[in-house]
Ligand binder design. Structure first.
Ligand code: IPE
Ligand code: IPE
Ligand code: MG
Length: 256
């Protein structure tokens, strides 16, 4: 954790940050690119372009704050039903992102992974993402680094179903019968990662849109009216400080 960085954000927001209550894993539904562009009289594509820059800022902010895992919803299985031109813009931005940010991500010890139906992405995007994933695969050390999960062609229900099918193929009937929640988590795309502590959704929409249905069971939810392209390190800091004020009871009673 970069304490000078924290001090700057505290000064900018007037909020107090508690290093002992840092969320280990943050999940974000990056929403509102289209409305952001519309407000400016621009095409939706310019909103998506600005959204990529916001993502880069937030990734670097997570690194400075010492967050270990960041999962962002970048393209849902339902997003294929948008007009072909918009889908194609989003796919081009994806491969551009993978190529142009590779060096910065690697230099900042950000390991990129993809959650979702990878095989269902176009060949160019798969190639660019494969390069990005292999270039960043070993950049983390035991005390430094961030895992960035890009949820792409992702749907929560289909992730759970895919996990179920994989478990059925790999385990004996007995092992299946004795399945535990913890073991089943190992058949999901986030295997080995902690569940998100904090879910952020921008743009004022109050729903999950099929995001991380299993993993968000006990996450704290933070909704903001800010549109994704306007979200930045300061807004992330506000969300984390709000999270730090919550009482996470996990069904038990508070000892305080
Ligand atoms: C989020 O912004 C980006 C993706 C879903 C890919 P939207 O494109 O959903 O923006 P709005 O919700 O129409 O404003
Ligand atoms: C959710 O946003 C998916 C992503 C941010 C990638 P949408 O804008 O697609 O979700 P809905 O349509 O408002 O539920
Ligand atoms: Mg939207």
């Amino acid at each position: 954790m970069n304490m000078d960085y924290v001090a700057k954000l505290e000064a900018a927001t007037g909020l107090k940050f508690d290093p002992a209550k840092l969320p280990r894993h943050i999940a974000i539904v990056m929403d509102g690119n289209g409305r952001w562009a519309k407000q400016r009289g621009q095409k939706r594509s310019s909103g998506h372009r600005a959204g990529v820059e916001a993502l880069e800022d937030v990734v670097i902010a997570c690194r400075n704050l010492g967050v270990g895992y960041l999962t962002v919803y970048a393209f849902s299985t339902e997003n294929w039903s948008r007009p072909a031109a918009e889908v194609s813009t989003l796919m081009s931005l994806l491969s551009e992102f993978a190529a142009s940010k590779l060096k910065r991500l690697r230099d900042n010890q950000v390991e990129v992974r993809v959650l979702g139906d990878f095989a269902g992405l176009p060949v160019l995007q798969r190639a660019a993402l494969n390069r990005l994933m292999s270039a960043t695969a070993n950049v983390r050390t035991p005390d430094e680094g961030l895992v960035l999960n890009l949820a792409l062609n992702y749907g929560g229900r289909s992730e759970i179903l895919a996990g179920l099918k994989r478990a059925a193929a790999e385990l004996s009937p007995r092992e299946l019968q004795e399945m535990t929640e913890e073991r089943f988590g190992g058949f999901l795309a986030t295997a080995g990662q902690p569940d998100p502590d904090l879910l952020i959704r921008t743009s004022g929409e109050l729903r999950l849109s099929n995001f991380l249905l299993w993993q968000l069971a006990y996450a704290e939810f933070y909704f903001t009216e800010i549109l994704w392209p306007d979200f930045d390190a300061v807004e992330l800091f506000r969300a984390i400080c709000a999270y730090q004020q919550r009482n996470r009871r996990f069904g038990a009673l508070l000892s305080e």
